[in-house]
Write a protein that binds this ligand. Sequence first.
Ligand code: 5GP
Length: 195
Amino acid sequence: MKRLQERIQKDGKVLSSHVLKVDAFLNHQVDPLLTMEIGKEFAERFRGEKITKVLTIEASGIHFALATAVSLQVPFVYAKKKKAVTLTEEVYSAPVYSFTRQEEYQISVSRQYLSAEDRILIVDDFLATGAALVGLTDIVKEAGAHLVGVGAVIEKSFQEGRSLLEQRGIRIESLARIIAMSPEGIQFAAAPVHQ
Ligand code: 5GP
């Protein structure tokens, strides 16, 4: 997605060879028009898949899930990282290892909101190690729902996330694929034909 790549080049900050800061427009301050375009692009790429729900994880996936769900005209659900006191009913849950925090945490979704009849599209801000997205795919599996695919706004292709998901036979659509980065610059993978 050309506009997204240009914005990453302009406003993204490479903190290290593995960490890209995009909080000027994606995950702290948010550009609403770019976010809506991202949702439209995910919806386009998965058009015809009869998606019934979009699934993400709090917090930085929520606005992309909303934008995608608006385009697809379906509900979206976000997995919670801490079990809320109001979440009294039975949940699907999966462990996720956070490399930034160096600890494992549980994500959960109420059983009320995912079922075997659902066709799910998972979206998130980053595909890095893939831990968060694999946790979400485990939840979809537990619910017996059909996983249509995964949409990542930014993929860091030099990390292992893509291959982890591919090993599971999951379709991945990333809107910006970074193959290398350093404080001197960011290098994107060549755009596929549909971009
Ligand atoms: P994972 O390693 O599980 O693929 O990524 C987990 C989460 O860490 C992502 O959803 C994203 O919120 C955050 N993350 C991973 N890599 C980066 C990065 O380079 N920059 C920022 N801002 N967040 C990241």
